[in-house]
Write a protein that binds this ligand. Structure first.
Ligand SMILES: Nc1ncnc2c1ncn2[C@@H]1O[C@H](COP(=O)(O)OP(=O)(O)OP(=O)(O)O)[C@@H](O)[C@H]1O
Length: 254
C-alpha cells in the first residue's frame, strides 16, 4: 500500500491555522472566537467539559460544517472545505468517536474505502492486492486482527479502533484529527493507540486530539488548548503546566 508522502516543512507556516473561528447553530453559539496554529510534528490536545465545542471544532476543520465566521489556513493558504472528502484530498484524516467504519465490509475494504485498488481494462477490484497491503499495514501498526478478510462487526472495540486509526494515519499526509480515540479501549489497547500517535509525530504529521483523559493528554501532547462553553480559555505548553491548572481552566474554579 503506497503510504501518503511524508510532508516536508517547506514554508514554515503551520499545517493548520485557525483564526477567529465562530460557529452558531441557530441561536446557539457553539464556538465563540477560536484561534490556534498546529505545526508539523506537533501533537495538540483539545480539552474541555461536555458541550464545550470540541467536536464542533474538529467538524469545522474537516469540512463537515462551515464556520459562521473566521478563517482556516492549511500550510498558510486560506481554505474552505465543502465536505470531508475535500479535506481528505488535502491530506487531512479524522478518527471520529463513532469510527465511521462499514460494519458489513471486511477490514481490507474499510482500509481502502474510497480508494479501492482496481486492475485490468474493466477496472475490477484488485482484492488480492488490497488484502496483501492491508495485512502489511495492520502488522506494521501492531493492530491484532484475525485477518484482513474479517468483517468489521466480528471485531472487538479495540480491533475496530485499530482499523479506523490505521486507515486515518496511513492516508494522512498533513494532519490527523482524533475525537476521543481511546474512549472505548482497555489499558493495553490504549497503550498501543498512544504509541501509534507518537509515531505520527515522528512522521512529521500534525495531530489535534480530543481526550477526556488528562493523564493521556499529559503523556501525548506538546500543547494543551482549553475550551469552556465555546470560549477559548487558553493554550499551555504541556511541560510548563500542571494537571491542577488545566482542571481549573476547564471548570472555571480555582
Ligand atoms: N448539529 C448541531 N446542532 C445544534 N447544536 C449543536 C450541534 N452540534 C453541536 N451543537 C451544540 O454545540 C455545543 C458544543 O457541542 P460539541 O459536541 O462540539 O461539544 P463537545 O465539547 O465535543 O462535547 P462532548 O465532550 O460531550 O463530545 C453544544 O451546546 C451542542 O449542543
Amino acid at each position: 500500500m503506497q503510504a501518503a508522502p511524508v510532508p516536508q516543512a517547506t514554508t514554515g507556516a503551520p499545517v493548520l491555522g485557525l483564526q477567529n473561528i465562530r460557529k452558531e447553530f441557530g441561536g446557539v453559539v457553539a464556538i465563540e472566537d477560536f484561534s490556534l496554529d498546529v505545526h508539523a510534528g506537533e501533537v495538540v490536545a483539545l480539552v474541555g467539559d461536555n458541550g464545550a465545542g470540541k467536536s464542533t471544532l474538529i467538524k469545522i476543520i474537516c469540512g463537515v460544517y462551515p464556520p459562521t465566521a473566521g478563517r482556516i489556513l492549511i500550510d498558510g493558504s486560506e481554505t474552505r472545505f465543502s465536505d470531508p472528502a475535500d479535506s481528505q484530498a488535502r491530506g487531512i484524516q479524522v478518527v471520529f468517536q463513532d469510527l465511521a467504519l462499514a460494519e458489513r465490509q471486511p477490514v481490507y475494504m474499510n482500509l481502502f474505502l474510497g480508494r479501492e485498488a482496481v486492475t485490468g481494462p474493466f477496472r475490477r477490484l484488485d482484492r488480492r492486492r488490497m488484502i496483501r497491503e492491508s495485512e502489511e499495514l495492520v502488522r506494521g501498526m501492531d493492530v491484532r486482527i484475525p485477518s484482513a478478510k474479517s468483517t468489521i462487526r466480528d471485531l472487538s472495540g479495540g480491533q475496530r479502533q485499530g482499523v479506523a486509526i490505521a486507515r486515518a494515519t496511513h492516508w494522512a499526509s498533513k494532519l490527523v484529527l482524533m475525537d476521543e480515540p481511546t474512549a472505548a479501549l482497555g489499558v493495553a489497547e490504549t497503550q498501543k493507540v498512544e504509541k501509534i500517535i507518537g509515531g505520527l509525530r515522528e512522521r512529521n504529521l500534525a495531530v489535534l486530539i480530543i481526550s477526556h483523559s488528562l493523564d493521556q493528554v499529559f503523556r501525548l501532547s506538546d500543547r494543551i488548548c482549553v475550551l469552556r462553553r465555546g470560549v477559548q480559555i487558553g493554550i499551555r505548553r504541556t511541560h510548563e503546566t500542571t494537571n491542577n491548572e488545566i482542571v481549573s481552566m476547564i471548570t472555571g474554579l480555582t
